[in-house]
Every structure is written in structure tokens, then in C-alpha cells.
Write a protein of this length. Structure first.
Length: 402
């Protein structure tokens, strides 16, 4: 389903005429920010996107997303897809399991995705202002005053908006300036490497090594010759060292490195705040709209953008945001159940992935966590006990964190 079709459904009720005079400032040229701008501009709202970089060349990063990105973006998705993945290979302590995918995952290039979304937003009528830094937002009698600064020495200016959307990432200045609490982030590091000769380009490899990271290592092929080997950690220096040692162990030479700080979802972040007579919203990483089980945020950020656009256009609650909240909370449950797994737990997990459980995993993507959890546990009840054990192991650290 194309984004055009999504806009024509009951998801976004036909109230555009009532809201057509409301001006919107989107702060941050992220994927979620540009998608929000496109959805609103397509419905006739005046939209300005404020982005600090002077040319639209954001940092490159190889990412893996579910096939749902295609149904959200339609043709816009095609320009950023590098490869399709049809199976996962899971490794731990000498054990292995292969999970085929009924619907292929997509390997995408983040820069190309953002550029494609920006082009579509511009074609829909959004005004994109590069080289412009957000400084602050405050209310006035009519709505909101957004203070911006031209990076090329043009000085500070003020623009009026009825709605401000913060799509400016995990360290969102919009969120900080309007009272949202800071988000916890974790480091993600990747090395671009030659693809091993024994590895098919339609296969992703995942290694569970809990002494290095509570998350995992991955190798995602971006072509038949190259892939991105990465890891998520909890501190930058330790994560960098773990990646370097893992590269040595796998006998892989890094051709390039990529990195980012990724927000950690710990509870639902309310996406709207009233500020005088105006409203401020957060989308994407700024609202921690990230699947914390895998720390993936492209599809969930796009869904957050769809939900925020729905709320702005209808002036009411968003069904898409309610659905997204449920999904993110299921991923949080999965992460809490696995975050303190030891090597023996992962070995047990791989051993329990019998044919029926792997079939259930293959039929649903990671954006349907509750379906995966239900069907796999029905097929392999011992996984319920393993997950409950993980939750009990995690409980003391959660109390300390609170």
C-alpha cells in the first residue's frame, strides 16, 4: 500500500479544510521528519522543514528493515533498497539455527532513504530550509514563535507556526526546550567488510555473545560482495573494542566504519504537548519510537510520523499511535526477558527453536512482535519458562534504575 493510499483511508479523516490554515514547522530532516512533512503538505497544510546541515548528505548507514517499509512508502522505498534478505542464521556457543522469512527483509541505505523522502515532501509542497539551526520555541498570542539561526552567518530569525514537530533525533533540542525528559541512548557501531565467501547475500547472520553485549552482533549483506558487521553495546569505548576483537576473530578487514547513538525505549513517550495556543509533537528517535528488542527504528519512526500526522489533521487521538504503543511495549517485554541472558540461556533458546517454532518466526515480521510471541510460545511452551526466567533475572536491575 502506498503512502498516498494510506492518506486516503479513514486513518486520516477528511478534516483538512478545518485545519488548512494551521502552519507547521518540522524541525529535523530525519526520515520520520520528512515523512511527517510530506503527509501534512499533501493534505494542504503549509509546512516548513528546518534542517541544520547545509546540503542533504546525511551520514551513510546500512540498515535492515522489515518489508512493511514498502507498504508505508510505496515507490519512494525503491530508491534506497540495496538488497533483500530471505533467511536469518542464528549462532551461539557452537549452536546454529536457520529461520527463513516468508516476506523478505530489506537492506537499505539511510542517506538515500532520507533524500527520497525529502524529494517527495518537496514535491508535495513542503518548503525545505537547509543550513538552518533550531534555537528555541515559545508561545505568543497566535500560536508559536520558532527562533532559528542561519548557519552561514545570516543571524537569528523568527518564524510563526501553529504546530511544531520535533524530528531531530535522540538528542532532540525541540524535546529539551519544551520539557520532555532526556532519552537514554546506546552506541551502535558497524564495520563495512568484504562478505565472507561462505555466506549467501540473501542471508543475515546473528551472533549472541552475552559476555560482549546484552544485544547481539550482526552481519547484513548490502551486496554480493560487501556487508555491514555491527554491534550494539552499552558504552562507546567497550563497544568499539568488542567490534574490533570480533572482526579479528572472524578474520574480516574493515573497509569503513559507521556509528550512531540510538535511543532506548523504556516506556511510551507522550508525543504531544500544548504550548500556549500551539502544539508541539515528537516523532521518530526524538520520541524513542524504536523496537528495543532489536534497536531498529525506521519503520516504527515512520509509523510514528503517520500517527502524528493523523493527530494534527484530525485534532484528536490517533489509532496508529495506539497501535504503535502496543507494539513497542511488546518489544520492551522481549528485551527485558532477554537482557540478562547468559550463554547457556541463548544455547537453550537455539535448541528450543524446533521446526514448528521456526515456521512461526518466518511467517511474521519483527513489527508483529505479539504474534511472534504468541505463536512461538504455543509451538514451544518451554520458551515461556525461559522468558519468565529472564524477566525475574532482570527485576533487580530495573528497581535500581527506577
Amino acid at each position: 500500500m502506498h503512502s498516498h493510499t494510506l492518506l486516503e483511508t479513514d486513518t486520516l479523516h477528511d478534516t483538512t479544510a478545518h485545519h488548512a490554515s494551521r502552519s507547521v514547522a518540522v524541525i529535523g530532516g530525519s526520515a520520520a521528519g520528512f515523512f511527517t512533512a510530506n503527509l501534512l503538505a499533501k493534505r494542504g497544510l503549509p509546512v516548513r522543514v528546518i534542517e541544520r546541515i547545509e546540503s542533504l548528505e546525511p551520514a551513510e548507514r546500512t540498515l535492515i528493515v522489515t518489508h512493511r517499509m514498502r507498504s508505508l512508502l510505496g515507490r519512494t522505498a525503491d530508491g534506497c533498497i540495496l538488497n533483500e534478505i530471505r533467511r536469518f542464521e542464528l549462532f551461539t556457543d557452537g549452536r546454529a539455527a536457520t529461520v527463513p522469512l516468508k516476506h523478505p527483509d530489506l537492506i537499505i541505505e539511510r542517506r538515500k532513504l532520507i533524500q527520497g523522502l525529502a524529494a517527495e515532501a518537496g514535491q508535495s509542497g513542503a518548503k525545505i530550509e537547509l543550513g538552518t539551526r533550531f534555537h528555541s520555541v515559545h508561545p505568543n498570542g497566535r500560536g508559536l514563535v520558532v527562533e532559528i539561526e542561519r548557519c552561514a552567518g545570516g543571524g537569528r530569525e523568527e518564524l510563526h507556526a501553529d504546530v511544531v514537530v520535533g524530528g531531530d533525533g535522540a538528542a532532540s533540542r525541540v524535546a529539551r526546550s519544551t520539557g520532555w525528559a532526556p532519552l537514554k541512548t546506546v552506541p551502535l557501531m558497524q564495520a563495512i567488510v568484504p562478505l565472507p565467501k561462505d555466506m549467501s547475500p540473501d542471508t543475515v547472520r546473528v551472533w549472541f555473545v552475552p559476555q560482549d553485549t546484552p544485544y547481539f552482533y550482526w552481519l547484513i549483506p548490502e551486496s554480493s560482495t560487501r556487508g555491514a558487521l555491527g554491534v550494539i553495546g552499552e558504552s562507546g569505548p567497550e563497544t568499539k573494542r568488542s567490534l574490533e576483537l570480533f572482526l579479528q576473530k572472524r578474520k574480516l578487514d574493515a573497509l569503513d566504519f559507521q556509528g550512531a547513538r540510538i535511543p532506548v525505549y523504556s516506556r511510551w513517550v507522550p508525543v504531544q504537548r500544548r504550548l500556549g495556543n500551539g502544539s508541539v509533537y515528537l516523532v521518530g528517535d526524538a520520541a524513542a519510537q524504536v523496537k528495543v528488542s532489536t534497536v531498529g527504528g525506521i519503520v516504527t519512526g515512520l509509523r510514528g510520523a503517520l500517527g502524528v500526522a493523523e493527530a494534527i489533521l484530525t485534532g484528536g487521538p490517533s489509532r496508529e499511535l495506539r497501535s504503535l504503543r502496543r507494539e513497542l511495549n511488546f518489544h520492551l517485554l522481549l528485551r527485558r526477558s532477554m537482557h540478562h541472558f547468559q550463554q547457556s540461556d541463548y544455547s537453550h533458546l537455539v535448541d528450543l527453536l524446533n521446526a514448528s517454532a521456526r515456521q512461526s518466526l518466518s511467517e511474521h515480521d519483527r513489527d508483529e512482535a505479539w504474534k511472534i510471541l504468541w505463536r512461538v510460545c504455543v509451538q514451544q511452551p518451554k520458551l515461556v519458562l525461559l522468558g519468565l526466567r529472564g524477566l525475574l533475572m532482570n527485576r533487580p536491575s530495573r528497581r535500581a534504575a527506577e
